[in-house]
Structure formats: C-alpha cells, structure tokens
Design a protein around this ligand. Sequence first.
Ligand SMILES: Nc1ncnc2c1ncn2[C@@H]1O[C@H](COP(=O)(O)OP(=O)(O)O)[C@@H](O)[C@H]1O
Ligand SMILES: [Mg+2]
Length: 289
Amino acid sequence: MAIDALKLTDVDTYYGDSHVLHGVGFALEEKRVLALLGRNGAGKTTCISSIMGFLAPRKGEISLFGTPIGGLAPEAISRLGIGLVPQGRRIFPSLSVRENLIIARQREKESEKPWTYDRILDLFPSLAERSRQLAGLLSGGEQQMLAIGRALIGNPRVLLLDEPSEGLAPLIVAEVARTIKQLKDGGQSIVLVEQNSGLALDVADQVVIFNTGRACSRARLMKCATTTISSHSTSVCSTLIKKTGHRRSAADNKTRQQGVKCASKNRILAAISSLRSASLRARKQRAQR
Ligand SMILES: Nc1ncnc2c1ncn2[C@@H]1O[C@H](COP(=O)(O)OP(=O)(O)O)[C@@H](O)[C@H]1O
Ligand SMILES: [Mg+2]
C-alpha cells in the first residue's frame, strides 16, 4: 500500500491554555490536492502551523511519507520536505524578486526535475519581467506568485498553501487555480487551505472541513460534478447532514455502504454554507447571553 504523503492522527494543539485543534486527523495521498475548508477562526492556520512546526502539538502524530515530524523545529521540517506559502504571503518587501527566490533555495532534492530559479520564472513570466524590482512594489497577485515560487524553489515534497486567493481579484484567483492545477499535474502533493470553497472544490481530490478545530469530514472528489466517497472514509454527506440537521436519505446510507458516487458539489457547497450560518447563529446567541 502506498505511504501517505502527509498524515495527521488525533492532533491536539493549544495556544497557552486555549485548546484550538481537537483530535484532527487526515491523510494526503501523494500527488493529490487536499483542501482544508472552514470559516474564519476554525483552526486551519493553526493546523498548518502545527504541521510546519511553529506550534508543537500536545497530542497526536504528524508524519511525512511515514517519517514522524511532530515536535521537530520548523527548519528541520522544511529540510525534510515541507514548503509553506503562508497566509498573507509574507514575502520580503525590501528585497528584490530575485533575492526573495534565491535566499529560499535549498539543495536540489532528489526529484527528477527540480525547481530552479529559471524554472520558477518560466512558471511565472510576469516575475521574470520584474526580477530586479523590490518585491514590496509588486501587485497582490504577483506577490502571491512570488510566495508560491519561494516555496517551490525549496523543492518541497508536500506544499502547504494557506489561503492563496485571499484578497485577490477574480481574474487573479483563476490564475492561482490554474497554477495549482499545473503543480498537481507535475506531481506535487498539496494541502490547500481556502475560504473560497469554489476554488478549493475545483482543484481538490480530497476535502477536509474544519469546524471549530475539529476536522469533521473528508471526501474524495472526482473531476466530474459528483463526489465519490470511499467506503472506509467518513462520508461527507453523513457528517455534514448530521451537523446541519438535514435528514439522511436511504440513498445516502446505501452509497455510504457501497462507497460509490454520492453528493454533488452543489450539495457539499450548500452544506458548507449551512454549517457557516449555523455557527454564525450560535455565535450571535452566545453574544446575546
Ligand atoms: N497566536 C494566537 N494566540 C491565541 N489564539 C490564537 C492565535 N492565533 C489564532 N488563535 C485562535 O485560534 C483559533 C483558530 O485560528 P486560526 O487557526 O487562525 O483559524 P483560521 O485559519 O481557520 O481562520 C481562533 O479562535 C483564533 O482566535
Ligand atoms: Mg487562517
């Protein structure tokens, strides 16, 4: 059986006494895109920080191609092959485009076709035109491309993208989506955190939905507008239906047992949006108390 590219098992993470991740578990298959969806504050970035080693989980295991990495320092995790495109991009504004890329270069790992400075500029031609410009003067979209290029030049085995579409115009979001598909076609394993569920469902093979620090469902998406849920995985339908109070139909039960085609993308989107409104309602009720 193939080893998972990245696997989290029962991970609990805290900020001081504040318990944010509760038993989070999921597995990313090699050369796949796994999307982490969920409302603001659900714990997505905390999960990314736990994988990257910025926060040490108090419980649970994290492994990269079978090697345990939980509790290691971020530099060690980066050297072992996890690359991060952080939320908000965090490029170095006072360095040039070229310098931002060169400083992130790592030993070219054993991949057949490693990412080099020239290959990054081929992927993002607009950065090639601005290679000597200060990164802080780039547009939001170009800064996002630079942040992706900076992570790629370290030749990661698993790439983590934390909200790459945040604050970008729709045309640029489409370009980000094209880039992610291109990377996936090139065999890159990717964890994609998104609030833009349309983008995430467009590119993802697997989906994990976060609800207040709990990974509450996962599904494998087909290229077509339907979802196949493998018989051993938690059904996106059943979990979401439970969470959102919809009734589960006999057809859902049947598909759960057989692991065949099940919910449509629209149905997942509807369930996500009803999860969102349920949590907004709960927040309002708490504020009124
Ligand atoms: N540095 C921090 N210290 C304390 N609490 C934090 C910190 N960063 C995030 N949180 C809290 O952890 C929860 C999850 O946040 P986060 O992981 O950033 O969510 P998301 O990325 O899904 O929007 C939120 O309630 C947030 O307020
Ligand atoms: Mg976040």
